[in-house]
Design a protein around this ligand. Structure first.
Ligand code: TRP
Length: 449
């Protein structure tokens, strides 16, 4: 089945739109706070440069050479005696697992966009009460916004690569960057900025433990959208003469830059008001609104812009989580896009309701396994197990299963001989080692988490 092609800029924006998401603006800042700042950021940056970028090139390569859905691309590229590799393509389904909770969080953001209009909370207690009440008691409201998010996301995917995904990314990504860089310029003129800067870039090594390292590796995969076939699926529609290396570099760079900017903006506001750094997942939902309330009407505007940017980031990522399964269903079962979207959408939507109910007081116990809410289980299993596993399979496939000549034929002329050697070494040795190390450490992490 022939898939539609992106334009070159459309592909860059779509891949960047996939990468830049809640992971950058919601998760990265609070993880940085939890793991003490600078040292965590440094590990994250090194992982991105050393492993993330290499695996992104590898994942794009599979899509660009395979030109099918994820299962089809693996199957087509695997040598005749290794066709079992097609099962690696089922990593595309992990996108729906991520979507179960991702859509719920986008729903929270929508809810907040309206909440902000009726005024910002002026104390942490009220802000926390608002958030806790939403998550703990208001199942109906959450289901409503989760439904709105699902309808928007599935509609965009239904419109297809060209008319839906490319279009939305070409609009929302520039808007998102404009807002964030605007906020950065504003933040740079506040007192808190230099403090935020040193918090994020001066490593405090005593805060760094193996948990922080493992989480940094896991997050670098999540934030770059690696290890589940999202980038692979988009790359199947890569315009023929676009450079994989260059595109992967731009996407990695943009994703990293936006995470750092988001962190700087949030911590500047926080430190400006003397708030502490470690706030956990409630950081942007609880602390930020309170801090911004001190800025009066301007604060409301800033909060509105911030949550708008957050919702754009979430939506452009969400479509990339749904598209792989849709592509698979269309390719394999010859269904219409409409039916494929419906099946994928209903699937994650229903589990998503279970995820949000698992945080409520009324239903929490029912939707928990061994005392862990379904929401957390879904998040941990993707972030810490399935994505690294997917990344490992991608690295092994490109590093060992695909003939080297085939890989070199595309990438050597893009990278040059020397960079290619380094990249190939990373894909064969560094990335698999780091990923295996990470997964071996999981048992420890799960006990802590
Ligand atoms: N990268 C996105 C974020 O940072 C999330 C995401 C979109 C993703 N597509 C993905 C994560 C594919 C893993 C795999 O929020």
């Amino acid at each position: 089945m022939k898939v539609a092609q992106f334009s070159r800029i459309g592909f860059i924006m779509a891949a960047a739109g996939s990468a830049v998401g809640l992971g950058n603006i919601w998760k990265f800042p609070y993880m940085t706070g939890e793991y003490g700042g600078g040292a965590f950021v440094l590990v994250y940056l090194v992982t991105i440069a050393l492993i993330g970028f290499s695996v992104m090139v590898a994942e794009m390569l599979i899509g660009a050479l395979g030109r099918r859905d994820t299962v089809g691309s693996f199957e087509r590229l695997a040598p005749p005696d290794k066709k079992g590799w097609k099962y690696a393509g089922f990593m595309g389904f992990n996108g729906l697992i991520i979507m179960t909770f991702y859509s719920v969080v986008i729903g929270w953001i929508f809810y907040y966009l309206f909440e902000i209009l009726s005024g910002l909370p002026t104390s942490t207690d009220t802000a926390k009460a608002t958030f806790d009440n939403l998550v703990g008691n208001e199942a109906g409201i959450q289901i409503f916004w989760h439904t709105v998010a699902t309808i928007i996301v599935t509609y965009i995917v239904y419109r297809g690569i060209k008319g839906g995904i490319e279009k939305i990314n070409l609009t929302l990504m520039p808007a998102l960057m404009l807002i964030l860089f605007g906020l950065l310029i504003y933040a740079m003129n506040l007192d808190g900025f230099s403090k935020a800067f040193s918090f994020m870039f001066e490593p405090k090594w005593d805060k760094l433990n193996s948990e922080a390292i493992v989480r940094a590796i896991g997050h670098s995969f999540f934030t770059l959208s690696l290890g589940m076939g999202a980038i692979m699926t988009y790359a199947a529609s890569l315009p023929k003469h676009a450079s994989i290396t260059k595109t992967a570099f731009i996407v990695t760079f943009m994703d990293t830059l936006i995470a750092l900017v988001a962190g700087l903006v949030i911590y500047t506001f926080l430190f400006h008001e003397g708030a502490p750094a470690a706030q956990g997942p409630g950081l942007v939902f609880i602390s930020l609104p309170v801090v911004l309330s001190n800025f009066g009407t301007l604060g409301t505007a800033l909060a509105l812009l911030f949550f708008l940017a957050l919702s754009f980031a979430g939506l452009t990522s969400a479509v990339s989580l749904v598209e792989p399964v849709v592509q698979y269903l269309i390719d394999r079962f010859d269904t219409t896009r409409f039916k494929a979207v419906l099946i994928a959408g209903i699937g994650y939507y229903l589990v998503g309701i279970g995820a949000l109910l698992s945080y409520t007081k009324a239903w929490g116990g029912f939707f928990s396994i061994a005392g862990k809410p379904l929401f957390d289980i879904l998040e941990y299993s993707t972030d810490s197990i399935l994505l690294p596993l997917g990344g490992l399979l991608i690295a092994i496939f490109v590093g060992y299963v695909l003939p080297k000549e085939r890989v070199a034929a595309v990438l050597k002329k893009e990278m040059g001989e020397r960079v290619f050697t380094v990249w190939y070494f990373s894909v064969r040795y560094i990335a698999p080692t780091a990923l295996v190390f990470m997964m071996l450490n999981l048992t420890g992490i799960l006990k802590i988490g």
